[in-house]
Design a binder for this molecule. Structure first.
Ligand code: 5GP
Ligand code: ZN
Length: 114
């Protein structure tokens, strides 16, 4: 989608160092990390938010969870744990209108969120 920053990152239009990539998703470090590990995992196809998921595109979400688990094992934080979170809409705190999951790790994350 034109003028979507995560489309441009995920499709290589904006050069970005990926921590993981395959045909469905790209993962890269958040520009403004809130934890020692803060990776964004995004589908390459433009999906505006979780509200746009349906039977035709839902499989990418399961794939993103398996990619997160792989990264956790490969990067050594599987044992200590992590959080995989999606913000949806205004009250959810979504600021980029392209579906993405935050993979957070490396410190004790608080709950409930602010
Ligand atoms: P949201 O608030 O929509 O859940 O998360 C958007 C995230 O994208 C934020 O954590 C923000 O720091 C990150 N972000 C916004 N623009 C860029 C960018 O151009 N590059 C990277 N790597 N992260 C970005
Ligand atoms: Zn997009």
């Amino acid at each position: 989608m034109e003028d979507c920053i995560f489309c441009k990152i995920a499709n290589g239009e904006i050069p970005t160092e990926y921590v993981y990539e395959d045909e469905l998703v790209a993962a890269f470090n958040d520009i403004s990390p809130v934890a020692p590990v803060h990776i964004l995992i995004v589908p390459k196809a433009h999906i505006s938010s979780a509200l746009e998921l349906d039977d035709s595109n839902k499989d990418v979400v399961g794939h993103i969870f398996t990619v997160a688990s792989k990264l956790a094992r490969d990067k050594g934080f599987a044992e200590n744990g992590f959080r995989l979170v999606n913000n949806c809409g205004r009250d959810g705190g979504q600021t980029v209108q392209h579906l993405h999951f935050h993979l957070l790790a490396g410190r004790n994350l608080e709950w409930p969120p602010g």
